[in-house]
Design a protein around this ligand. Structure first.
Ligand SMILES: Cc1cc2nc3c(=O)[nH]c(=O)nc-3n(C[C@H](O)[C@H](O)[C@H](O)COP(=O)(O)O)c2cc1C
Length: 362
């Protein structure tokens, strides 16, 4: 079905098509059609249940940050079969993001390039929206420093703390985005010393809440192994609950899309099929390095096999974004059904048994 409507979607500019889907989704969320959509797209199987971060996930497949930046779809997404969703990135203050065009399709590579620049309505507006919602699945809230390069140093940390405090209690888990490649200062907190100060401030901000929420760090594939190791040391010191691995990449290696087309698109983060291998490698590296931490794997997932590869590499949960653009809303059910078959094939009783079981060929 999606294969038939995809050409109509793809005839629209990517951001316009996205806005259309968003309006449709939020309309359907409060209509009787939601149950019908759920009937077609949802998939239940107890072998997919995951207990993690002190909560239950009905399946391991979630929506990655950036798709539902403003939490307008949180009530609709369970109908598409997701086990959880992550909204954002949300910043303390509203931000317009970069000038358009800032989102590009690479159909030959089944990929996207974006330099959205952290456009969002700001923590207060989004907190207000979530407050009025009935949430059926765990909600991750991804926060980021406001995209304004005048906010620096101690002010940048206060800015992060402000969105953290506004949104913390509304979340099932928080994700700290330190790896946005699309703003001048989006990666400032990848510096281990700055990250140490940020995490200390967030831990202090957290003490005022009686009910503690897990806090994860979203990592980039574009840091050197040396810096990554330092980031892991700092995050471990601050008892971070886990990692979202990974964000988009500035790399362009191995793409089928011509150099001229890539040049015309300009800068931005690459997502989708070409980054899948990097995501599996990074998940595997961190899983081994930190002795089985909690990881949400993300990057290039568009089939059950892709999700399974991330799980076997060490991811307890998996997120996707770009796959949904190319495969359509039936993808989540397709992945969950496929995962059950892969578990049966490999003799696992539950999806949790498969986590971290990847063994490289001798
Ligand atoms: C258009 C677009 C916007 C994104 N915005 C965000 C964002 O605001 N915050 C964030 O942490 N990640 C953002 N991401 C990154 C995704 O969450 C994800 O890490 C990345 O796309 C890799 O997954 P995928 O290959 O399944 O798309 C964005 C990705 C895309 C394509």
């Amino acid at each position: 079905m999606y294969k038939l409507v995809r050409p109509i979607f793809f005839a629209q500019k990517p951001e316009r098509a996205h806005a259309f889907f968003q309006s449709l989704g939020s309309l359907l969320a409060r209509s009787p059609f939601k149950s019908l959509i759920k009937f077609f797209y949802d998939f239940e199987d107890s072998r997919l249940h995951v207990e993690a971060l002190g909560m239950s996930f009905k399946n391991p497949i979630g929506l990655a940050a950036g798709f539902d930046k403003h939490a307008k779809l949180s009530e609709f997404l369970p109908a598409l079969g997701f086990g959880f969703t992550e909204i954002g990135s949300v910043s303390a203050r509203p931000a317009e993001g970069n000038p358009k065009p800032r989102l590009f399709r690479l159909p030959e590579d089944r990929a996207l390039i974006n330099r959205m620049g952290l456009n969002n309505e700001g923590a207060e507006v989004i907190a207000h929206r979530i407050n009025g919602q009935h949430l059926e699945i765990p909600l991750g809230i991804n926060i980021v420093k406001t995209n304004d390069s005048l906010i620096m140093g101690a002010d940048a940390i206060s800015d992060f703390c402000a969105s953290f405090q506004t949104l913390y209690q509304l979340s099932s888990f928080m994700v700290i985005n330190i790896s946005c490649p699309n703003t001048a200062d989006g990666k400032t907190f990848e510096d281990p010393v700055t990250l140490d100060s940020l995490l200390r401030a967030l831990r202090a901000a957290e003490t005022k809440f009686t009910m503690r929420k897990p806090t994860l760090i979203k990592l980039s594939p574009d840091v050197s192994e040396e810096v990554l190791d330092q980031i892991l040391v700092v995050t471990k010191k601050h008892h971070i609950s886990g990692y979202v691995v990974m964000n988009t990449s500035v790399a362009r290696a191995g793409l089928k899309t011509s150099d001229a087309t890539l040049e015309s698109m300009g800068k931005g983060g690459l997502s989708g099929e070409p980054i899948k291998t990097w995501a599996v490698e990074l998940v595997s590296y961190i899983y081994k390095k930190l002795d089985k931490p909690f990881i949400i794997g993300c990057g290039g997932v568009s089939s059950a096999e892709d999700a399974y590869d991330l799980i076997k590499a060490g991811a307890t949960l998996v997120e996707l974004y770009t796959g949904l653009i190319y495969e359509g809303p039936g993808l989540v059910k397709q992945i969950n059904k496929g995962l059950v078959q892969l578990l049966q094939r490999d003799g696992y009783k539950t999806i949790q048994e498969a986590v971290g079981t990847y063994k490289p060929e001798p």
